[in-house]
Ligand binder design. Structure first.
Ligand code: SAH
Length: 345
């Protein structure tokens, strides 16, 4: 049995063809799943009973259960229980340009970034495509409106779960499912160079963000162990390749850590490193968490860093803050709510 929310449109067409049915049934079924949001296959009225019975033999309607929501003005944080009792979180953000959801891609994470709360728990397993799709579907149900943007920036490293994540993108992008435009989907990676190259050939125009956080190998090795496997030169070369293949501008995320990576020298180094790339730099004021010692850079430091990059004629922004009241900001998933989490871990 397979989770139906993890089945791409093409696979569903193949499935109906294998039953000697018209492949157009995939269209009907997707409408029931994603538009009418059925709770049981028996609600389907335009597919014959024997075919419905066949569908029921092969598929079931979802795995994940919404167990908690924390609501703030512009942000909701959702806690989901998976069918094996594991938990992940997703975050809904209301922007002036739409409603975005930050999805998790793994239970735990093996990348070991020193500043990240979500990575303190080692990877338990990859999320399935269905579990990722359902995070958005359940959130749409909760707010009773359409999600317009998706960022794959929750718990986990998406390129450590490549097949599922790319199929998930195909599923949510399909016009008959959630119809999230590919330009409204952003995947963020810590820099797994071979996967960046592979992603250059993924035929959907999604945005790629790289969690850089340090402009040289010495510092990056200290805060992001993945850099030892894929040093900056390899990552930057892979990104140049990605840019040449896709013509899509890359976003670099740079969290501002007090006295670690926020000096003028590092700003200059960063400009030098990224000079030849067509990119955006997004400076992210670090979100402090209970369990990790890093501190957020002082405001003046962030502004000074920003000015240096601007003076180098590069595209730079300082990320707007979201969700820190309810520990839903970047890198804070599964932090403060220890009392709640105790029940789950
Ligand atoms: N594994 C992926 C996606 C998840 S992290 C990646 O590394 O990109 C999403 C972003 O939040 C990354 O840029 C990550 O480095 C950043 N982040 C982690 N902890 C943070 C914190 N405490 N404050 C701000 N950003 C943080």
């Amino acid at each position: 049995m397979e989770n139906i929310y993890g089945v791409t449109y093409e696979k569903l067409e193949e499935y109906f063809l294998s039953l000697n049915e018209k492949k157009f049934k995939a269209n009907q079924l997707y409408t029931w799943l994603y538009d009418k949001k059925i709770k049981s296959f028996d609600e389907i009225t335009d597919i014959k009973k024997p075919v419905i019975e066949k569908i029921k033999e092969s598929f079931y309607l979802g795995d994940i259960k919404l167990v908690n929501v924390e609501r703030d003005k512009l942000v909701n944080k959702y806690l989901f229980e998976l069918e094996d009792g594991e938990h992940v979180e997703s975050v809904l953000m209301r922007h002036d340009y739409g409603t975005s959801v930050c999805v998790s891609s793994q239970v735990g994470c093996n990348m070991g970034c020193k500043f990240c709360e979500s990575g303190r728990r080692k990877k338990v397993r990859n999320l399935t495509k269905g579990e990722m799709t359902e995070q958005i579907l359940k959130i749409e149900n909760d707010i009773n409106e359409k999600v317009t943007h998706v960022v794959i920036m929750g718990i986990g490293e998406p390129f450590d779960n490549y097949e599922n994540v790319t199929d998930f993108i195909k599923i949510i992008n399909h016009p008959k499912s959630l119809a999230i435009g590919s330009r409204h989907i952003t995947l963020s990676t810590c820099g797994i160079a071979p996967k960046i190259r592979e992603f250059a050939h993924f035929p959907y125009q999604v945005n790629l963000a790289l969690s850089l956080h340090a402009p040289n190998d010495e510092l990056r090795n200290k805060i992001m162990p993945i850099n030892k496997a894929y040093p900056l030169k390899e990552v930057i070369d892979a990104l140049k390749y990605y840019y040449n293949e896709t013509n899509r501008r890359i976003t670099f995320e740079y969290i501002m850590l007090d006295n670690i990576n926020d000096s003028a020298k590092e700003a200059q180094e960063l400009c030098k490193l990224l000079k030849e790339l067509n990119c955006y730099i997004n400076l992210i004021p670090y979100n402090e968490t209970n369990n990790i010692d890093f501190k957020r850079s002082k405001k003046e430091k962030i502004l000074e860093f920003y000015d240096i990059i601007k003076k180098n004629n590069m595209n730079v922004t300082i990320r707007k803050e979201f969700g820190s009241n309810i520990s839903a900001a970047c890198g804070q998933l599964r932090s403060k709510k220890e009392d709640l989490w105790k029940h789950f871990i």
